[in-house]
Design a protein around this ligand. Structure first.
Ligand code: KMH
Ligand code: ZN
Length: 276
């Protein structure tokens, strides 16, 4: 099996400092956490940013500072910016990190290909917005990660490919276990991975208590893994992870036990078709 690509989702938009004191908020804190995750085995960091008071943000200036700091501390990490932001943001707000250039240009960005219930909120991705984000990712020369919270989002990726807005093979992230969306079950994961285009790659992000069990399944089935405080704050029942790096380290241990090597960032670039 290929080495496993571990993505660390460090911040997110929903996790709060009230829930965990280990959530990084400032660009410097996020960069330090990215470095710890790199050292623990992550090759990609999935990034959101926050205002100084912790409010979720998609500010280009905050992303610029964060990515520039990450590239000083962990120069080979793949930086993947969110275009989901937080529920309620409009397309222009969400797409700000796609405008970054030079040392702050993200190599990857997410695109969620459908609307979904998201806890008691709605993560609003009408077809016109999805196309606009896919266009802007393409115009920025950035590699998309197609975020699928439900199975129909894979079908929508096929539509985008037919319209010339995505290339196949592509990289997919199955986000399983969001309340109101597709559950984190082995059968759901098997169905999702059976539906992606030939030659495509996949990662699974299990939400909450499903994070590490889904990671184990991905390791066994030849897939890739996303962990981190965006999706889950606990290392084990009732025990807070002291940062996303502890969750990355746990996945690296599980990978070793199951005979999977952990991909370096350069190996991850090769596996996920991210130009050097
Ligand atoms: N915060 C969620 C509403 C992404 O990063 O692209 C959306 C999200 C997905 O986190
Ligand atoms: Zn995210």
């Amino acid at each position: 099996m290929n080495p496993v690509v571990i993505t660390a989702a460090l911040v997110g938009a929903e996790t709060t400092r009230e829930q965990t004191p280990y959530l990084p908020i400032s660009p410097e804190e996020i960069a330090q956490e990215a470095k710890r995750c790199r050292d623990a085995g992550a090759s990609i960091v999935h990034l959101h940013v926050r205002e100084p008071d912790g409010k979720p943000s998609q500010s280009a200036a905050l992303f610029r500072e964060t990515i520039e700091r990450i590239r000083v501390l962990a120069p080979d990490l793949i930086c993947q910016t969110s275009t989901g932001g937080a529920v309620g943001m409009d397309v222009d707000e969400r797409a700000q990190p796609l405008t970054l250039t030079g040392a702050a240009k993200p190599e990857m960005a997410t695109v969620t290909t459908g609307t979904v219930n998201f806890g008691n909120d709605v993560f609003w991705n009408p077809r016109s917005l999805v196309r606009e984000i896919a266009k802007r990712i393409r115009a920025g020369g950035i590699v998309p990660e197609i975020e699928c919270f439900d199975a129909g989002m894979i079908d929508e990726a096929f539509a985008l490919q037919k319209e010339g807005l995505l290339d196949f093979p592509a990289h997919f992230d199955f986000v399983l276990g969001v309340p109101g969306a597709l559950a984190a079950k082995e059968a759901a994961l098997d169905f999702m991975r059976s539906q992606i285009p030939e030659g495509s790659t996949w990662t699974v992000a299990g939400v909450g208590r499903h994070q590490l069990p889904m990671a184990e399944l991905a390791l066994e089935k030849g897939g890739n893994v996303r962990v981190g405080l965006e999706d889950n704050i606990y290392l084990s029942k009732g025990v807070l992870a002291k940062g996303s790096y502890e969750l990355v380290a746990r996945v690296a241990e599980l990978a070793a036990a199951k005979g999977r090597a952990v991909a370096t960032p350069d190996q991850a670039r090769g596996l996920l078709r991210v130009p050097p």
